[in-house]
Design a protein. Structure first.
Lengths: 468, 160
């Protein structure tokens, strides 16, 4: 990893993030810097990776022509956003919250924790430039095929052992940065790993910033979880997936504080993040389904449920392109998904096998406790001390990670692989996917979309509720 | 529904702020929570930083990828084979995937990659244990050494 390739990869990440940030300024619920920066990074990462894969699928070459087109496109998007004039004024609460002493102290603690974590992450990436097993055995090998193959067939239809059925957001993003660096370099996956690991913490802070102490506590617990740092620097897809799922949920919660067209735009961005979660890993599809179900079923009847029904269209519109990419890609793959293909008559028998049930339950109990050496217990204790009580409108956020963990349990029960091996090699990573969202759900409060005290002003233009 | 102010903006009240002893109690429990989280959090990033610093100071162990990249670069971009002298399944899997990583975008043809039914490739990458000669590996019998990067990494060509 040379300084120049690292800088080129950083430029490749910053450019789409900048373009996304310029446009997110115009979406009031997502406009505050603490939310906008991590969300812009994730949106830019997803959009640019999707664009790269589409470019290669059309048979267009990897190289300077792509980099020039990519750079011009994202610069034009950023300039177009700037030329549209000044964004709407920030929420009154935002300007008030940003000046409070408690906000500054909590922010400083979060920045200090992030700085130590960032130093550790950088050193680990420098010591392990090719990441851990799955990174070089699969994700980064797929990126090399995408970047270096001469034809789309060679780029996409890889050997069955390389899991050609897995979605391509991460390999696409890495291969795109190879283009910016001008060569295949470990700096590409390393920069994505570094940014995703820290952007999730930043987004957690941004989503909870209405209660700065709760936000700082959640960030400290996330970055204090060794597994988060280790999986993040392993260059696997689990941490990016967790980031996109968190972005979808935070986006929806912040949209709830808004009405009218501004809310619609925030919901579209949340849908886009959920779609990118599907385009990152198959578990993203599970998260998307559970998110839609939990938000719809657990919203209190009346206004909240009505609000979700009106949000479904923009949410689906945001998720549509990445989800369609996943469906199209999987439909064209000659290799079926191993888990789905293996189901049949024995599925019911496996589901009701008491021995498998006890093995899976014991493994989950062990790994949930081992996650950060008891971090869950510390998180629950802190949330009680901080009197974090989610409102009925926000209760669904806890249901999503809990349902994801339950669904993982079912997957392990019916896995075609050796159960012990599968639990040993996958369970801790799967739990890490839910960890930031669990922390967000634990530390949000009834008023987490609004400041803890005082008054928040919200735009009400074109709101059908206003008249009622 | 949330009330609408005279200026037309919807107003949401976050609830009255506590005062007196209640406020002090709140501040104390909040500080305790933050201290608990900070004490807990200090361990992982700090221990990661310390451990990685020690590894950094100790110097990097020999990287097999350097040798693999050297031999892969000499191979034409076409399906490629894999030869090893190891009999340990875990070691074979490790070497196989690392060779595929270095050789991409050349598909590695091997039964473990799920494509063993493809025709046998002309070239193969050999990863041998230190001191082992290619002549001693039955799978490479009759193959010609095209490139020897040292440390057991070779590019070999099957007889036409």
């Amino acid at each position: 990893m040379t300084i120049w390739t690292t800088l080129a990869c950083t430029a490749g990440l910053v450019l789409p993030a900048l373009a996304a940030s310029v446009w997110l300024r115009r979406v009031p619920p997502l406009a505050p810097l603490a939310v906008r920066l991590p969300l812009a990074f994730l949106t830019g990462l997803g959009v640019s990776a999707l664009g790269y894969v589409a470019w290669r699928a059309c048979g267009l070459p990897h190289g300077p022509a792509f980099v020039a087109s990519d750079a011009v496109l994202f610069s034009a998007v950023a300039v177009a956003g700037l030329l549209r004039g000044a964004p709407p004024k920030p929420l009154e609460a935002e300007t008030r919250g940003g000046r409070s002493t408690i906000s500054r102290i909590s922010g400083a603690i979060s920045v200090a924790v992030m700085a130590v974590a960032a130093a550790g992450i950088l050193l680990r990436l420098s010591n392990n430039p090719d990441g851990a097993w799955d990174a070089w055995a699969m994700w980064n090998t797929r990126a090399r095929f995408l970047a270096l193959a001469a034809t789309p067939e060679q780029a996409f239809w890889v050997s069955p052992a390389l899991h050609p059925e897995y979605p391509l957001l991460l390999p696409g993003a890495v291969a795109r940065l190879f283009g910016y660096a001008g060569r295949v370099t470990p700096a590409a996956p390393a920069s994505i790993a570094f940014a995703c690991t820290l952007a999730t913490a930043a987004l957690l802070w941004g989503g909870l910033r209405a209660r700065p102490i709760a936000a700082a506590t959640a960030v400290a617990l996330l970055l204090g979880t060794k597994g988060w740092l280790l999986w993040g620097t392993s260059m696997y897809a689990d941490v990016p997936l967790a980031a996109f799922v968190l972005a979808a949920v935070v986006g929806l919660r912040l949209a709830d504080a808004e009405r009218g067209p501004e809310r619609r735009a925030a919901v579209i961005v949340a849908g886009l993040s959920a779609g990118f979660a599907c385009w990152t890993k198959s578990e993203g599809l599970l998260a998307l389904v559970l998110l839609v179900a939990a938000r719809g079923l657990l919203a209190p009847p009346g206004r909240e449920r009505w609000r979700w029904r009106t949000a479904l269209h923009p949410f689906a519109a945001g998720a549509a392109v990445p989800v369609l990419a996943v469906i199209l890609y999987k439909a064209l793959q000659p290799v079926p998904d191993a888990l789905i293909a293996s189901q049949g008559a024995r599925t019911l028998r496996m589901l009701s096998d008491p021995e498998r049930l006890s093995i899976v339950a014991a493994a989950f109990a062990r790994e949930l406790w081992a996650l950060g050496n008891g971090a869950i217990a510390v998180a629950v204790a802190c949330s009680i001390l901080l009197r974090c009580r989610p409102s009925r409108a926000g209760a669904w956020t806890m249901a999503v990670p809990v349902a994801m963990i339950a669904a993982f349990g079912v997957v392990f029960l019916v896995t075609p692989h050796d159960l012990g091996w599968h639990l040993r090699t996958a369970l801790d990573r799967l739990l890490i996917q839910c960890w930031p969202l669990l922390l967000y759900a634990l530390f949000q409060s009834g008023d987490s979309a609004t400041p803890p005290e005082g008054i928040q002003k919200m735009s009400t233009s074109a709101s059908p509720l206003r008249a009622g | 529904l949330a009330p609408v102010s005279a200026s037309g903006d919807t107003v949401v009240h976050g609830g009255p702020a506590p005062t007196g002893k209640a406020a002090t109690a709140r501040r104390l429990t909040a500080a305790a929570a933050l201290a608990l989280a900070a004490a807990f959090a200090a361990r992982a990033p700090a221990s990661l930083l310390a451990a990685e610093w020690r590894t950094h100071r100790a110097g990097a162990p020999p990287d097999p990828l350097a040798g693999l990249h050297a031999v892969a670069a000499r191979a034409p971009v076409e399906p490629i084979g894999f030869v090893t002298d190891s009999a340990d399944p875990d070691q074979i899997a490790y070497r196989l995937y690392l060779v595929q990583y270095a050789a991409a975008p050349r598909p590695l043809v091997h039964p473990a990659m799920g494509n063993g039914d493809l025709p046998r490739p002309r070239f193969a990458i050999a990863w041998l244990s230190a001191g082992t000669s290619i002549a001693a590996v039955p799978a490479a019998r009759g193959m010609r050494v095209v490139e020897d990067a040292g440390a057991g990494f070779l590019l070999v060509e099957a007889p036409r």
